[in-house]
Design a protein around this ligand. Sequence first.
Ligand SMILES: [Zn+2]
Length: 139
Amino acid sequence: MADCFDKATRSRIMRAIKSRNTTPERRLLEEMQRLDIDALRLSGKGLPGTPDFVVGLLCIFVHGCFWHLCRRHYKAPASAGWRRKMDANRRRDIRVRRKLRALGWRTMVVWEHERPDVAASRVQRRLERMRRGRRIRRH
Ligand SMILES: [Zn+2]
């Protein structure tokens, strides 16, 4: 079948699609779907910090190692201005999680460096603990 785009345009489109499909968020979503976790992508929109996924009462953030100062991979930039900016990021992340908890949400961070299948089973265990916690409190 003839392509309606020329070669250069087609390869630009395909590159764009590929990069969209391989984001950590996308891969986590696929793995959660494989485990039948009913994650909603857009329902975090009105919440503090705009969580990437919401599952029941659990807000999930997929964090990039640099922007969110991953303990394993973050290296503080040399410039003082950048370090200030990054400290502000760290404080904002803490503030957002506190706000969500105050509103009755639970929060969880999945790191960019985590294997998506491992992260998805971490989400599953967390949801299971939340369900057990509720049962225990009810008695
Ligand atoms: Zn990392």
